[in-house]
Design a protein around this ligand. Sequence first.
Ligand code: OAD
Length: 245
Amino acid sequence: MRVLVITGAGVSAESGIPTFRGKDGYWRNLDPTKLATPEAFARDPNLVWDWYRERRQRIRKAEPNPAHQAIAKLAERAREFLLVTQNVDDLHRRAEWEQKCIPRDKIVQIHGDIFVTRCSRCDWQRYEREHEQHDDGSLPKCPECGAFMRPGVVWFGEQLDLAKIGTVENFVTGGDCDLVIVVGTTALFGYIIDWALRARGHTGQLVEVNPEETSLSPIATRSVREPAGIALPRLVNELLRSVSA
Ligand code: OAD
């Protein structure tokens, strides 16, 4: 099986991480232009850092859920596999570590990694998975050039990382997928729909797992209207049974 999985915030919802546009989602109460743009960071870096530190704390305390685990199981069994996640949390990665044998290059965090703190001017960066280096609330500065450090995520109005686009494009153009699963995303960004459609080619299945209808629903070959933590373990088990039969 050649499989592409694309995930969004809904896959981490059952781990207690809020989505962006769903019920109780971040963007229901907070203004993205004040928190997730380069202009917001230039205007008020303390406010932006406070929000990211709070989210980091919540993610540190969270655990991968059955949906992350089912995707890890699929990654282990598929002949060729790529996971493209819009999530900046590390729950997919932790689920894959539990599975122990999934190479890092099978996961692309297309919107970045919340635990990366990187310089806003030069290339310097560090990883702060375990704890904050500035938990006194002060603004981190680059040890190389002295500029403010920022979270290593993609903000509105910023380009995606070209190397990450390259990894996805190589996979998408490397042959039609038997199966594309799109989970827990409103699929608002054109590149998400584009990758899903091109990867499935003419014959592959395009399965959407989402309790709500999205812009991807009309082009999916199957829509599973259930929470990911319930639907995915069943879907993956069904699939693995059918290919081993
Ligand atoms: P959204 O918050 O836009 O969408 C979450 C989706 O998950 C919705 O379609 C929900 O119906 C669905 N959902 C909720 N609970 C679910 C569950 N238990 N199982 C399955 N699905 C569930 O999140 P994204 O589509 O990921 O960008 O948002 C895309 C990007 O917009 C994010 O990466 C972020 C945001 O602004 C950046 O940070 C650049």
